[in-house]
Design a protein around this ligand. Structure first.
Ligand code: CU
Length: 301
């Protein structure tokens, strides 16, 4: 609590502390009164039951006090929440793409990254875009969470106030590997951010970059482990058993097969895997990019 990692921590934690405090007070208070009554009005001390009729003072007390209490909670909840919805015009704009099951961040100069790198003490405004189903971007340390809904662009903003790495989770169940949909916000000093921002060279193979950008690796591993789909390790040139129109057959993994697998994944379904989990990337990945992917797959012996 009160870590100050973002500009929203104080507002949220204050209302949390007030609600928790009130709850504790009543938990202890009500339990104590209950125990006292049990003893005080035990049959041996209080043999005749007696009704209490119409106590105006009591009625007013238990109406006014809870009303004030709830209004206090509302006030702190409101003042903590309102700044989250007042999105500044100025600030670093980043597009946050969610897809099953990874995050991708795209900066104004076109740079993309799988973690959200931001400078300290600067407002960052995120456009939340889903490439498939409903996700939710959640940064617990910053006390913010917002749904990422296909077909609309929600917004979220924050100021990172302390250097460090903070977890990003998906907080809306989105399928098999939802719980692995993780990333980080990395808050760095401004000069380090500028260097990072302007450095667009990537050491990745162009084919690997395409796989990362399209989140292929959340279903296909590079090291032979089975995730949702078959691993890419060693597939190039190998024979694979597939089901085509209900018939089992054996095909060699070559250019045509890869192209077909990416554009029409349900045409040949690899035996032992489910059809319908991989979407068609027909209008998402160009044939040139598929060539890059193929060149990369050739290197995965
Ligand atoms: Cu998700």
């Amino acid at each position: 609590m009160f870590s100050d990692a973002s500009n929203f921590v104080q507002g949220v934690d204050t209302s949390f502390a007030i609600i928790l405090g009130a709850s504790l007070f009543f938990l202890v208070g009500i339990t104590a009164v209950m125990v006292y009554f049990v003893v005080r009005y035990h049959k041996s001390r209080h043999p005749e039951a007696k009704d209490v009729h119409e106590s105006r003072r009591l009625e007013i007390t238990w109406t006014v006090i809870p009303t004030i209490l709830v209004l206090v909670m509302f006030y702190f909840g409101w003042t903590g929440y309102k700044p989250m919805r007042s999105i500044p015009d100025e600030g670093i704009k980043v597009k946050a793409y969610a897809q099953m099951w990874s995050w991708q961040f795209e900066y104004e100069n076109g740079k993309t990254s799988d973690s959200l790198v931001v400078p300290i003490d600067k407002a960052v405004v995120l456009d939340l875009i889903s490439r498939d189903v409903v996700h939710s971007l959640y940064i617990p340390a910053f006390r913010i969470k917002e749904d990422v809904v296909p077909g609309r662009t929600n917004k979220m903003w924050f100021i990172g106030q302390k250097e460090g790495d903070y977890d990003i989770f998906c907080a809306e169940y989105c399928g098999d590997r939802h719980s692995y949909m993780l990333s980080k916000v990395v808050v760095v000093p401004e000069d380090k951010y500028t260097t990072w921002f302007n450095n667009k060279t990537t050491t990745d193979h162009p084919g690997l970059a395409v796989l990362k950008k399209n989140a292929c690796l959340s279903c296909h591993s590079l090291d032979g482990t089975r995730i949702v789909g078959p691993s890419f390790k060693g597939i190039w040139g190998h024979e694979v058993e597939v089901i085509t129109n209900g018939e089992e057959r054996s095909v060699t993994v070559n250019e045509d097969y890869i192209l077909r697998s990416v554009y029409d994944p349900n045409a040949d379904v690899v035996k032992g895997f489910n059809q319908g989990q991989m979407i068609s990337y027909k209008n998402i990945i160009s044939e040139d990019e598929i060539k890059d992917i193929i060149e990369y797959l050739k290197t995965l012996k």
